[in-house]
Design a protein around this ligand. Structure first.
Ligand SMILES: Cc1cc2nc3c(=O)[nH]c(=O)nc-3n(C[C@H](O)[C@H](O)[C@H](O)COP(=O)(O)OP(=O)(O)OC[C@H]3O[C@@H](n4cnc5c(N)ncnc54)[C@H](O)[C@@H]3O)c2cc1C
Length: 404
């Protein structure tokens, strides 16, 4: 049976960033992807924001990799001509209570190492963004946006230059632990199956990562690795209003961004907000969008098997227009309901259930539970894109214990 050094499951931004760090001529590194191209799931369904690291609980992987990843990503983009824009971001307070919350947020961000955060008065906010309404804001000058597709393309070319491969139409359907590594079985989509041995397996399968862990024999209930899917929808803002803003504008998180009267579905969150609140994103081309919101959805049977290609519902319900409008009208007075049109959506692979507290990324060599060289990346939701290069360096350290 053919034997390789490193198998990376999933050609999203995480798997590709890891491959670009680990590939070198003397090593056989393969990225396996079930679709016929890269970045078909979460990595191309997000806000493309390079976060500063303000919100996350101190000393967690989310906080540390975000702050480090922010720096690394700007450096990488600059050096390799990957399109990005350091737009800066304002978290805006619309009342006195929220102004107090901004101070707490600044404290947390400073503790995490988010750079150059500054509290702004109402008049300072008006100078930066004359078209919004706010009593004050927290300004993060190091927040920005990037072209995530170009980032993934760059990671693929770096991987290939160094002898690695990205293999599409390769759905991982079997993983067996053997004495000298792991037997990996893939379905090639045409009824053919193929197996090989890999010294190291890196599970960066995004929405399918808990199922991959289960496939090798890990008790995902016991390890608390079961993912919950949390969808986020976006609405685009039309009628030529994109030029009215220059920064990313966010509400204060955990303030109820939409009144209960406009929160219809049972599946919608109740109480605890698990995203950052419906906010304004400006993509690299300056296109204005609102979103994402956050609501848990049930997992499709196709995905639950972990073996088939996903069949996820990415549609955006137009009737939510009112909810989006209500969420932002206090700080974006120029927006009218009819400016909004359903846009894209994405699905967060969350470890945190609907009524649970913060849960960190899982990035771990599973040696202690009997799977040496099996490296799990589970629950890589936001700020996964920002953290990608930092995560890749972390995983490189874990993997290089097993190979030269
Ligand atoms: C709405 C939304 C907004 C977000 N906004 C931001 C943001 O602004 N900034 C930020 O930093 N982060 C953001 N994120 C988070 C970020 O998008 C993710 O953390 C990141 O894209 C995760 O990348 P990934 O490679 O782990 O997953 P994915 O991109 O989902 O890649 C996993 C890959 O694994 C493949 N796969 C799964 N199972 C198998 C199998 N059995 N065999 C072979 N292949 C398999 C899938 O097909 C997929 O291509 C956001 C996420 C969402 C949902």
């Amino acid at each position: 049976m053919e034997e390789i050094d490193i198998t990376i499951i999933g050609a999203g931004v995480i798997g590709l960033a890891i491959a670009s760090e680990l590939a070198k001529e003397s090593r056989a590194v393969y990225v396996l992807e079930r679709y016929n191209t890269f970045g078909q799931e979460t990595s191309s369904r997000n806000s493309e924001v390079i976060h500063a690291g303000i919100y996350y609980t101190h000393n967690t992987l989310k906080a540390k990799t975000c702050v480090e990843g922010n720096n690394l990503l700007y450096e990488l983009c600059e050096k390799n001509k990957i399109p990005y824009k350091k737009t800066g971001k304002l978290i805006v307070a619309t009342n006195g209570n929220e102004v107090i919350k901004l101070e707490e947020l600044k404290k947390r961000g400073d503790e995490n190492g988010a750079r150059d955060l500054k509290l702004l008065s109402q008049s300072e906010v008006m100078k930066l963004e004359p078209n919004i309404q706010a009593k004050g804001a927290l300004f993060s000058p190091t927040t920005g946006v990037l072209d995530s597709h170009s980032l993934m393309k760059y990671c693929i070319s770096k991987t290939k230059e160094n002898g690695g491969e990205v293999v599409y139409n390769s759905n991982v359907v079997g993983l067996d632990k053997k004495v000298n590594g792991y037997k990996v079985t893939i379905s090639e989509g045409n009824g053919d199956y193929f197996s090989f041995m890999s010294k190291i397996v890196i599970n960066s399968a995004g929405l399918g990562s808990d199922k991959i862990a289960e496939m090798v024999g890990i008790d995902i209930k016991k390890q608390d690795y079961e993912l919950k899917f949390c969808k986020g929808d976006y609405f685009s803002v039309g009628h030529g209003k994109s030029h009215l803003l220059e920064h990313l504008i966010y509400p204060v998180p955990n303030g109820d961004t939409c009144p209960p009267s406009v929160r219809p579905a049972l599946t919608r969150r109740r109480g605890r907000q698990v995203g950052l609140g419906i906010h304004v994103t400006l993509d690299i081309g300056g296109r204005l969008k609102l979103g994402p919101d956050d609501y848990y959805i049930s997992r499709m049977s196709e995905c639950a098997s972990g073996t088939d290609k996903g069949n996820l519902d990415y549609s955006v319900d137009e009737s939510k227009k009112k909810e989006f409008y209500e969420s932002v009208k206090d700080f974006l007075p120029f927006i009218e309901k009819d400016d909004l049109s359903p846009d894209m959506s994405g699905i967060r692979p969350k470890l945190q259930g609907q009524h649970e507290d913060f849960k960190d990324f899982v990035i771990k060599d599973e040696e202690d539970i009997g799977f040496p060289g099996f490296i799990n990346l589970i629950g890589i939701e936001s700020p996964g894109l920002t953290s990608s290069i930092s995560i890749a360096k972390l995983v490189k350290n874990l993997a290089e214990k097993y190979i030269n």
